[in-house]
Every structure is written in structure tokens, then in C-alpha cells.
Design a protein around this ligand. Structure first.
Ligand code: GAP
Length: 459
């Protein structure tokens, strides 16, 4: 086999495979789409669930010190006032003075090779003018203004200022708002963490790069509560855990992962230290997830806003204190984009180009595809159905039935979906009670007894 891995992988390669094979579609596609929204197709949702489950297993199920919650997307507006999001959760925006389209000022400058991180609106405006930066449509631009990214909505039938709230822009605040509840009901030992997975919404000015920057996405976050003296050691520990998860559980190549110490002027308003864990995407090296030291910023804000104590009473009778927080924050879509980037492969089989996703078996949406060699032979179909039902018991929901086209086409389709094995039932199967198992990565074919098949595929 000849390997095409040297070819430069583009975002279009990934987008086109995702659409072709039922992973991810443009949101509201049938109505012409809605910018910055994406829908998950049959194989996409299975991949996404496997990835989210792998995260939950590693960070929650396997640890006695981390507890899950599932808070609401819509919360009291006071949450977002106390957290600082109403005032500061904004991106720098410019307007095309001719067609009034809006763009992110720092992104336009970056596209011109100018680093614009951490600058004020006035500094950005000056850079745009000095470098004669135009809108992507070639028109002059307005000065830079701040644009709050939260989606506003109203709750209930009466439109008053109290009814206004926002779709959550991070899952973190649902955790902080439940810190007191969890301490009161469980009284966990310190340090401990609270984890949440769920939707987050940001009205991005210019969503781009497929699912990398969208308006609705999924986060997996942990707020890990520590004694203030312990934050540095815990931060280092979390950095190691994040790498262990990405490299050993998810299987991303270590050489494609890079830690970036975010300078003070570029950090979020709540953070005293942030490391962005970046990945080599087809669009370049960009943030996959971040680890932030949020100090006692959020709990103190809640304490001040509600008058309720956020102190933790140490079990050894020590001084009560408001815990500090280390926050590892993952975006599901960026993790999936990293997986697709790392697993997308092209090679040559039987003289023609083949595309395959080398997904680890634990993440692959489908573990095995089952096919009768010919679909118009009832005895083959019956035997294949028997094998299919048996494998469904072993791998519930992760077995695919395919009797379309010829075997070669079925293999190519399965390769693009990332199915590790294809099982084919032929005439010999009827006499010998065995099947052909074809391996995705090597294309090698092996005869395996039906009675040993589940064990063989589970290895
Ligand atoms: N609670 C902290 C927080 O939300 P963030 O860096 O703004 O921090 C965390 O977001 C993660 O969420 C990012 O590292 C990224 O993986 C994901 N994320 C943020 N904005 C996103 C967007 N517009 N589209 C897709 N993923 C996004």
C-alpha cells in the first residue's frame, strides 16, 4: 500500500467526508442553512457520544473525588451579571461600511498576518487604519466596538427586565451555582471537583472553520475546588491528566499537541493562569481546550451577590475558606475535529485511492459491518442476519448492516466511516460456520468461526 499521508489535509477534505458519510451536516441545510450551526448525522452522533462517554469515564466514573451535575441552559439573569459575562463577555467587532456585514477585528488582522491578541478596541482600530485592512469584500471598515456574545432571551409571558436572560455561554456557571448544593448534600473531602457536559451558546460575530467556531456547541468542564495553597500543584496535575486523556484515552498523537502559556493580557477576565492546549488542525495550530486557574473569582462573586457563604469547613477543624478553582474546559467539537484530523488517511488499495478514518475501536461509531456476499441469496441473508443479531448482543447499537452495492464498495464506505472490521457471510460460511473478517487498516482478510467472532472483534 502506498501512503498519501504527506498530502496536505484541508478542512474541505474533512467537511466533505463528514457530509458524505453522515457525520455532520450544515444546520437547517434544507432551508439554505444557518451560519455557525451544525447538525450531527447518524454516525456523527455515535462518535460524539463515544467521545463524551470516554471523557466521563476517565474524569468522573473512575474518580471518587469528582461528581457530575446537569444544570439548565437557561439560568437566572443574576448568574450572568455576577459572573461578569454581561459586562465583559464581548469580542471586538468591525462593520463593513458598504454592505454592513460584521467581522471580528482580531480575526481580520490575523488574516493579514498581524497578531492582535489582547489589544484594546482603540489599538485594534489604529492597527486596521495603519495597515489599510479592508473587509473580506474589499470595503472600508468602521472603528472597533465590543459585541456581547451571549444570546438574549426572555422567560415567561411578561417582557420585563427581570424576564431577560441569556442562553449559557459556558457550562461552568451551572457548576458554580450548584457548588453550595453539592457541598451541603455530599460534604466531599477537599479537594474535589464537579463536572458537567452540555450545550453552550455564543453569538460568534464570524463563525468559521466548520465546527471549530460555531454558535452552538458542547462543552465538557470540571471545576476542581482546592485550598488556595494547593493551586499550583493541582494546576500541574491537571495539565498531566489532560495530556493523559488526549494521548492515551483518545489516542491523539503527542507530537500534534502543544501547550501554550497564555500571557496575562490575553487571559479571560477570571483567570490568573491559563494554558491553552493547542492542536495541529488543517487550519493551523489552534486551541483545542484550556486549563484555567479561576482563583475564588466565581465563588466570591456568588457570595457577594447572594449573601450566602461559599466557605468550605475543613473536616479536620481547620479554618474555613472559600476554595480556589482549577478548570479544565473541553469543547466537544474541537476534540472531534482533532480526532478527525489525526485519523483521516489516504492510501492506495488495488491501484486506486482509498480514504479511511483510522478511528480507535473504542471511539468508532460502528465496531463492525455485517454483509451477506450476495443480497439475492436468501440462505446467505438468513445466515448474515443470524450473525448480525449475535454481534448486536456483544456490541449493542454499534453493528451496521450493509447489503448495498458490491463488496468492494461496501468496504470503501465502511473505511470512510472508520469501521475497524467488516464481516462477510459467503457460501463457505453455510458449511463451515465461519466468516471472512476484513481489517480496515491492513485490508487483510481472516476466516473466523462464528462462535469466536465476538471475542475476536472485541480484542
Ligand atoms: N468555562 C471556560 C470557557 O468556556 P473558553 O476558552 O471560552 O473557556 C472552552 O471555552 C472551550 O470551549 C474551548 O477550549 C473550545 O474547545 C470550546 N469553544 C469555545 N468557543 C467555541 C466555539 N465558538 N465553537 C466551538 N467550540 C468552542
Amino acid at each position: 500500500m502506498q501512503c498519501y499521508r504527506d498530502k496536505i489535509l484541508t478542512m474541505d477534505d474533512i467537511i466533505s467526508l463528514c457530509k458524505r458519510r453522515g457525520f455532520i451536516y450544515q444546520g437547517s441545510d434544507i432551508y439554505g442553512g444557518l451560519a455557525g450551526t451544525w447538525d450531527w448525522g447518524p454516525f456523527g452522533i455515535m462518535l460524539k457520544r463515544n467521545v463524551m462517554q470516554a471523557w466521563w469515564n476517565f474524569f468522573v466514573d473512575k474518580r471518587p473525588d469528582i461528581f457530575g451535575v446537569d444544570a439548565e441552559v437557561i439560568m437566572n439573569h443574576k448568574v450572568w451579571e455576577a459572573s461578569g459575562h454581561v459586562k465583559t463577555f464581548a469580542d471586538p467587532m468591525v462593520e463593513d461600511l458598504v454592505n454592513h456585514k460584521r467581522w471580528r477585528a482580531d480575526h481580520l488582522l490575523k488574516d493579514h498576518g498581524i497578531d492582535a491578541d489582547g489589544l484594546t478596541n482603540d489599538e485594534l482600530t489604529k492597527l486596521i487604519q495603519d495597515n489599510n485592512v479592508k473587509s473580506p469584500d474589499g470595503n472600508p471598515l468602521s472603528g472597533v466596538k465590543s459585541f456581547n456574545m451571549m444570546f438574549r432571551t426572555t422567560v415567561g409571558a411578561i417582557e420585563s427586565s427581570d424576564a431577560v436572560t441569556y442562553l449559557r455561554p459556558e457550562t461552568a456557571q451551572g457548576i458554580f451555582a450548584n457548588y453550595r448544593n453539592v457541598v451541603d448534600s455530599l460534604y466531599p473531602d477537599m479537594p474535589f471537583g464537579i463536572a458537567q457536559q452540555g450545550k453552550a451558546f455564543r453569538n460568534e460575530i464570524s463563525p468559521r472553520d466548520f465546527i471549530f467556531r460555531s454558535r452552538e456547541f458542547e462543552q465538557m468542564e470540571i471545576e476542581y475546588f482546592v485550598h488556595p495553597d494547593q493551586w499550583e500543584a493541582e494546576f500541574e496535575n491537571w495539565l498531566k491528566l489532560v495530556h493523559e486523556f488526549l494521548e492515551q484515552v483518545i489516542g491523539l498523537p503527542a507530537k500534534m499537541i502543544h501547550d501554550y502559556e497564555v500571557p496575562a493580557q490575553d487571559r479571560a477576565h477570571y483567570s490568573k493562569r491559563t494554558i491553552d492546549v493547542n492542536f495541529d488542525y488543517p487550519i493551523g495550530q489552534e486551541e483545542l481546550m484550556g486549563i484555567a486557574y479561576r482563583t475564588d473569582f466565581d465563588l466570591m462573586n456568588i457570595q457577594n451577590a447572594t449573601g450566602k457563604s461559599m466557605e468550605y469547613r475543613p473536616k479536620d477543624g481547620g479554618e474555613p475558606f472559600v476554595p480556589h478553582v482549577i478548570e479544565p474546559s473541553f469543547g466537544v467539537e474541537r476534540l472531534i475535529m482533532a480526532i478527525l484530523t489525526a485519523c483521516y488517511t489516504e492510501d492506495e488499495v488495488d491501484g486506486s485511492k482509498r480514504t479511511l478514518l483510522k478511528l480507535p475501536k473504542s471511539l468508532a461509531p460502528v465496531v463492525v459491518t455485517v454483509s451477506p456476499l450476495l443480497k439475492n441469496k436468501p440462505e446467505l441473508v438468513a445466515k448474515a442476519k443470524e450473525v448480525y443479531n449475535q454481534l448486536q448482543q456483544a456490541f449493542p447499537g454499534r453493528v451496521n448492516w450493509d447489503d448495498s452495492g458490491n463488496i468492494g464498495k461496501r468496504y470503501r464506505k465502511a473505511d470512510e466511516i472508520g469501521v475497524p472490521h467488516c464481516v462477510v457471510i459467503d457460501f463457505d460460511s453455510l458449511n463451515n460456520d465461519d466468516v471472512t473478517v476484513r481489517d480496515r487498516d491492513t485490508t487483510k482478510q481472516t476466516r473466523v468461526k462464528v462462535s469466536e467472532l465476538a471475542e475476536y472483534l472485541g480484542k
